[in-house]
Design a protein around this ligand. Structure first.
Ligand code: NAD
Length: 283
C-alpha cells in the first residue's frame, strides 16, 4: 500500500514558515497585502476567493477583495489593475480565473505588474520560469515541488510523465521537473499510447480534469503518483484524476484528493505574496 503524501501537513508547514516571515516584515513596518479581484459570481471561484481570504487571515496577511459585477468592462478592470499596480501598500495582485467570456484573459494577465504577479501567469514570469531564473512560480506546480522536497523525493534522473499541457499546471510542471533534472514527457489529449507512456513513469503527475482517468494498469510498480485533478464523481463526491483505490496498491507514494495538491496550491499563494512583499522592499 502506497504511503500517502499529506498535502495538508506540508501546507501547514509551509504556511507556518510564511507566517513567521509575515511577522518579521511587520516588525519592519511592512504589512504584507494581497489584492484579489473576482469578476462575476462563478460559484467555484467564489469559494476559491473565500479560501484565499481565510488563508490571508490565518497568516496575518492583509487581504483586499474586489468583487466586480459580471457586466464589468475591460476598461474598468484594467483601470482597477492599474490602480493596484501603483498602490505601494499592495504587494500581490490576483485576478481569479476564469473571467466572464467578454473579457480578454490574456490582456488582463499581461496588465498585472510582473513584480506583483503572485500567480506567475504574466509572460515575463513565464519566460523567467523557462530560463530557470524566477521569483514566483505558479502555485500548483510550486506546491508539488514543495511536497516532493518535503518527502525527499529526488527527481534527478527519474522518468517523469506529466498528463496535461495547460499553461497553469501541465507546462510549468514539466519545466520544473526538467529543472529538477528529471527526464520529462508531456502527454495530452492527442497523445498516442498514453497508458504505455504513463507506465514508464517513476513520477506520474496527472492534471487532466477527468475522474478515474489514471488506472492501475497505467502505473509502474513503486511509482510516485501526484494527482492534480479536482473532479466530482457520479455521487457528487470530490475526487482526483487517479483511481485512488487501485493505484494506491501499486504506487509507492500517492497524493489523495482532497488533502493533496489542493492545500499546497493555497499555501504557495501565501508564499508568493510574502516573496512579492520582500522583493518590493528590497529584502
Ligand atoms: P485544462 O483543462 O486546462 O487542461 C487539461 C489538460 O488535460 C489539457 O492539456 C489536455 O490536453 C489534457 N487532456 C484532456 N483530455 C485528455 C485525454 N483524454 N488524454 C490525455 N490528456 C488529456 O485543466 P488544468 O487547468 O490544467 O487543470 C487540470 C485539472 O487540475 C482540473 O481538474 C483542475 O480542476 C485541476 N486543478 C487543480 C488544482 C489544485 O490546486 N489541486 C489547481 C489547478 C487545477
Amino acid at each position: 500500500m502506497a504511503q500517502i503524501i499529506d498535502g495538508k501537513m506540508v501546507a501547514a508547514f509551509v504556511k507556518g514558515n510564511a507566517a513567521d516571515e509575515v511577522k518579521v516584515l511587520k516588525e519592519k513596518g511592512i504589512d504584507v497585502c494581497l489584492a484579489v479581484i473576482l469578476v462575476g459570481n462563478d460559484p467555484a471561484s467564489t469559494v476559491y476567493v473565500a479560501n484565499k481570504r481565510k488563508d490571508c487571515d490565518q497568516l496575518n496577511i492583509v487581504s483586499k477583495e474586489y468583487a466586480l459585477p459580471e457586466t464589468t468592462t475591460m476598461e474598468e478592470l484594467l483601470n482597477l489593475i492599474d490602480e493596484l499596480n501603483n498602490d505601494k501598500d499592495v504587494h500581490g495582485i490576483l485576478c481569479q480565473l476564469p473571467l466572464p467570456r467578454h473579457l480578454d484573459e490574456n490582456k488582463v494577465l499581461n496588465a498585472i505588474s510582473p513584480v506583483k504577479d503572485v500567480d506567475a501567469f504574466h509572460p515575463e514570469n513565464v519566460g523567467r520560469i523557462m530560463m530557470g531564473k524566477y521569483d514566483f512560480l505558479p502555485c500548483t506546480p510550486a506546491g508539488i515541488m514543495e511536497m516532493l522536497k518535503y518527502y525527499n523525493i529526488d527527481a534527478q534522473g527519474k522518468n517523469c510523465v506529466v498528463i496535461g499541457r495547460s499553461n497553469i499546471v501541465g507546462k510549468p510542471m514539466a519545466m520544473l521537473m526538467l529543472h529538477a533534472n528529471a527526464t520529462v514527457t508531456i502527454c495530452h489529449s492527442k497523445t498516442k499510447n498514453l497508458a504505455h507512456i504513463c507506465k514508464t513513469a517513476d513520477i506520474l503527475i496527472a492534471a487532466v480534469g477527468r475522474a478515474d482517468f489514471v488506472t492501475a494498469d497505467m502505473v509502474k510498480e513503486g511509482a510516485v503518483v501526484i494527482d492534480v485533478g479536482i473532479n466530482r464523481n457520479e455521487n457528487g463526491k470530490l475526487c482526483g484524476d487517479v483511481k485512488f483505490e487501485e493505484v494506491s496498491k501499486i504506487a509507492s507514494m500517492i497524493t489523495p484528493v482532497p488533502g493533496g495538491v489542493g492545500p499546497m496550491t493555497r499555501a504557495m499563494l501565501m508564499c508568493n505574496t510574502v516573496t512579492a512583499a520582500k522583493k518590493q522592499n528590497g529584502i
